[in-house]
Design a protein around this ligand. Sequence first.
Ligand SMILES: Nc1ncnc2c1ncn2[C@@H]1O[C@H](COP(=O)(O)OP(=O)(O)OP(=O)(O)O)[C@@H](O)[C@H]1O
Ligand SMILES: [Mg+2]
Length: 355
Amino acid sequence: MSGNETNREAELERETKELRAALKAARDEFANVQRSMGQAGGGSIPEQRDAADTARMEQTIAERNREVQVKQEALEQANSELRDLTENLDKIVRRRTQALVESEEQLRRSNDELKRLNQMKREFVSIAAHELRTPLTSIVGYLELMAEGRFGTISKKMERPMLSVRRNAERLRRLVEEMLDVSRIEGDHMVLKRERCDLRELAAAVVQELLPLAETKEQRIVSDLEGCPAIDADADKIHQIISNLVSNAIRYGAVGGTIEVSIDRAPAEKYSGSWSRVRVRDDGPGIEEENLDAIFEPFSDINPAKHHTSRGPAAAGLGLYIARGLVELHGGIIAVKSDPGLFTEFAVLIPGIEE
Ligand SMILES: Nc1ncnc2c1ncn2[C@@H]1O[C@H](COP(=O)(O)OP(=O)(O)OP(=O)(O)O)[C@@H](O)[C@H]1O
Ligand SMILES: [Mg+2]
């Protein structure tokens, strides 16, 4: 019911009440007059005057009665309109509720279908990766042996194509390994081989391995390895996480830039409990705020135009997705902050062993 209709109805009710009160007052007055007429007794002149008063009074009452009737009719009309409106409103609400129920059902069905397709995709990725792995391992193995000259000397002319074939076979092998990691993480099949580890040693090993890659871009890697709690972790997986962060810093960092790898105990005032923390910071172009979540999604490619230049065909966009999955399996946290044009910093926190 609208505010206007409510006001109108209230107004009509008030007016009717006033009219009824006026009617009653008129009737009372009429009764009074009649009473006083009775008390006054006979006499021809007063009788004539009283008859004129009575006639006037009756006319007033008749007028008031008509007014009351008009108001009452208006009130009934308003009531009937109100009933129609309420009925219409009920119909609309019923129709809307029905539509809502139907779209909810549709949503549920699409959701089920999406889940089914997602499951199919996972199975497909897993089967494809497993099927690719065996022949690829053989190809990479034979290529190594050929490069070592086990099947005869490689001619000068063959050296370049051979190098390219080896590099691409290695990229394919990495991609297949990443696809396997994704299907293990998504299917909850990733098993951690936990042992007591020191984050400093793991980070130092990664830096050592990736220094030659950084040199190809004239980058410096500076390490700051402070004391931190020991962690109960899968050393290979932690190595893989740090390796992806440092190789990202090399790949996306500026030529001639500096990459900082720092290890410490996460500050107690910010993180309750005991945490070992690794931070990887570069001074490259950075990541815009609106992309900070997207980079953790699988096959994330926030700079498609640069796909075959800075990223290179080797980059599948799975590294951070896998890193996040692995960090979370360890009960840890991964975070990123960036000021485009200035820096990008990834931080990984792994729970420390309580001594
Ligand atoms: N240090 C960084 N600076 C700027 N952008 C980055 C940085 N690290 C990651 N990114 C962005 O995040 C995206 C996802 O990174 P991720 O490691 O998941 O994939 P990738 O490095 O492209 O491929 P892969 O790791 O699978 O080889 C990258 O494509 C890049 O756009
Ligand atoms: Mg990467």
